[in-house]
Ligand binder design. Structure first.
Ligand SMILES: [Zn+2]
Length: 91
C-alpha cells in the first residue's frame, strides 16, 4: 500500500438494478502518525500545514475522521465546532 498518499476512504460500488452504494473503508489501529487533516500517514494533524480535506459530497464534513475506525461522535462534534470558529465559511 502506498502510504505517502492519502488513504482512500471508500469507493462507489455499482450494483445491478440498484443505485450505486458508497463503501466506506475502515482502518484499524490508526495511530498518531496518521493525519486526519489531509489523510496522509507519517505526521499528525497538529503538524499538518495543509487545508483540511472535506468529503466530496458534503463540504461541511471532514473526509478523514477518527470515525474511519469507529465513529467517535463526541470527537467529531468537537472538530466541527473548532472549524466553525476558526475558519470563515466559504460558499
Ligand atoms: Zn496532514
Amino acid at each position: 500500500m502506498e502510504v505517502t498518499k492519502a488513504l482512500p476512504t471508500g469507493f462507489w460500488m455499482s450494483r445491478d438494478n440498484l443505485p450505486d452504494t458508497r463503501i466506506h473503508f475502515k482502518y484499524e489501529r490508526l495511530q498518531d502518525a496518521y493525519c486526519l487533516n489531509c489523510g496522509v500517514l507519517g505526521h499528525g494533524r497538529k503538524e499538518c500545514n495543509k487545508e483540511r480535506v472535506m468529503t466530496s459530497w458534503n463540504w461541511d464534513m471532514p473526509k478523514y475522521t477518527a470515525g474511519m475506525g469507529s465513529i467517535k461522535q463526541k470527537q467529531f462534534m468537537l472538530q466541527r465546532r473548532r472549524r466553525r470558529s476558526s475558519a470563515t465559511k466559504k460558499k
